[in-house]
Design a protein around this ligand. Structure first.
Ligand SMILES: [Zn+2]
Ligand SMILES: [Zn+2]
Length: 458
């Protein structure tokens, strides 16, 4: 069954994931009811000002409702008992404090101890885009487990986790949480590290890669439980589903890269056919996923027999906190971390890419990536350097499979980039239009494609 049902009165269709969830009017909408004839919320591309005004109102309502569920006294007592030092808990939400207390998925309440130490109470935001509670609880446990793994087995700087709890009636604080150190430092994505800090940052990043390489896993998975660091299914949002009773269905863990990729792509094809993803470009997305499954994925996974390695799956740069001297203070936001193939785990983090060039479809490496690879090479980490040089396959694949951005321009560029990265020299100069025409012919007898064409022509 769909993860979300369309909330339009009388509609029985599945809600479109991500952009079908509107926090402005608190709706899940199917492809039809997302259309302008039915859905009247401001579109940020058309009326940016009105969109942001409405968003702000919705966010205030969301945070007010979330805070009303938190038992602040129980939270203060818990923190004070753990540290045996008195503290105060002061939630804040205003224009000025917003960037420091919330991100897209989480909200932080600072806990101030009388001796000057500060912790944060990290809780999951709740709005129409929020996945089911069972998934949210697994994310809390997995993130806490990942922090425990990193702090106990590696030298990678991370905040210390002092306590955690899932969202359940036995949690006296009322909302599932992670209680952790607050780190000082600013996000790397806010810093210009082109000159002074570049070498220092890349060198510390090389330390992180070299450290993660020392910790192989037998499976592609997420860490499951902070108590024993056991492993469990993959929690990436694009891979989750629900059965007919609304119970969470998850993929993995996987013993092989081929099994993992095949399973993720088939799931995505299901979502496209069910009208839950890529509703703006369903035929393109179907052809791309089908073709990758049939003709690309074996080439990518043939040298990926394992072992597998932990990766921060949201490495855009705001997850790294640095001081004024570009020393990494800590790496945060590990909620989506999972183990994966070496080529994906050790491809350059996204913040080293020239995003404009990359999104235009070019596979040319950014000078920062080249410099990073050469630092790894100089240290004798030739294998890691090779993964950085060859990183485009992993980057493109991640942006082709299950990465429905809602922008129909993205998929052709990522997909043609993927083909050029996996099969260099083959069909050189082929355009997206030419490839698509060929794929339509290749799959003309495919029943699912025909049904989709019919659905899209209505
Ligand atoms: Zn709306
Ligand atoms: Zn509907």
């Amino acid at each position: 069954m769909p993860l979300f049902k369309c909330t339009f009165l009388g509609c029985l269709c599945p809600g479109v994931r991500r952009h079908g969830s509107c926090s402005l009017c608190n709706s899940h909408l199917c492809a039809k009811h997302l259309g302008q004839d039915f859905h009247r919320c401001p579109d940020w591309r058309v009326n940016e000002r009105e969109y942001w005004l409405k968003s702000k109102e919705a966010e205030i309502a969301e945070i007010t409702a979330l805070l009303s569920k938190v038992n602040l006294r129980a939270l203060r007592d818990r923190a004070a008992a753990l540290r045996k030092v008195d503290c105060t808990v002061t939630p804040s939400y205003d224009h000025q404090s917003r960037p420091s207390v919330m991100g897209g998925m989480n909200y932080h309440i600072p806990i101030y101890f009388v001796d000057g130490v500060t912790w944060i109470y990290r809780i999951r935001r709740r709005n129409m885009t929020t996945t089911p509670l069972a998934h949210q609880n697994r994310l809390i446990l997995s993130e806490a487990a990942t922090y425990k793994f990193l702090s106990s087995r590696t030298q990678i700087p991370v905040p210390k986790v002092h306590d955690y709890s899932i969202d359940s009636p036995s949690n006296p604080v009322g909302v599932g949480y992670i209680l952790m150190d607050k780190l000082e430092g600013k996000p790397l994505s806010n810093c210009d590290f082109k000159k002074a800090g570049k070498e220092r940052i890349l060198s510390q990043l090389a330390d992180v890669f070299a450290d993660l390489k020392q910790h192989p896993f037998n499976e592609i998975c997420c860490l499951l439980d902070p108590d024993d660091l056991s492993v469990g299914p993959v929690l990436d949002e694009s891979t989750i589903d629900a059965d007919e009773n609304g119970n969470l269905l998850l993929l993995g863990p996987f013993k092989s890269a081929l099994e993992y990729r095949t399973s993720s792509i088939k799931h995505q094809i299901d979502l496209i056919l069910r009208g839950e993803s890529y509703t703006n470009n369903a035929i393109d997305a179907y052809l791309v996923h089908r073709f990758i499954l049939d003709s690309v994925i074996e080439s990518i996974t043939q040298n990926e027999q394992g072992p597998f390695f932990l990766k921060h799956m949201d490495d855009k740069g705001d997850h790294i906190l640095v001081d004024d001297e570009f020393r990494i203070v800590g790496i945060i936001d590990w909620e989506w971390a999972q183990t994966t193939t070496q080529s994906e785990a050790f491809a350059a983090p996204l913040y080293l890419l020239d995003v404009g060039l990359y999104y235009s479809g070019s596979n040319k490496l950014n000078p920062k990536e080249v410099e990073f690879a050469s630092i790894l090479k100089k240290r004798g980490e030739v294998g890691l350097a090779e993964h950085v040089y060859g990183g485009r396959v992993a980057h493109r694949l991640a942006h082709c499979v299950g990465a429905d951005s809602g922008d129909i321009e993205d998929l052709p560029n990522h997909f043609m980039g993927l083909l050029r990265a996996v099969f260099p020299g083959r069909n050189e100069g082929e355009t997206w239009e030419q490839w698509r025409e060929g794929a339509m012919m290749m799959y003309e007898k495919d029943e699912d494609l025909q049904n989709l064409i019919q659905r899209c022509s209505k």
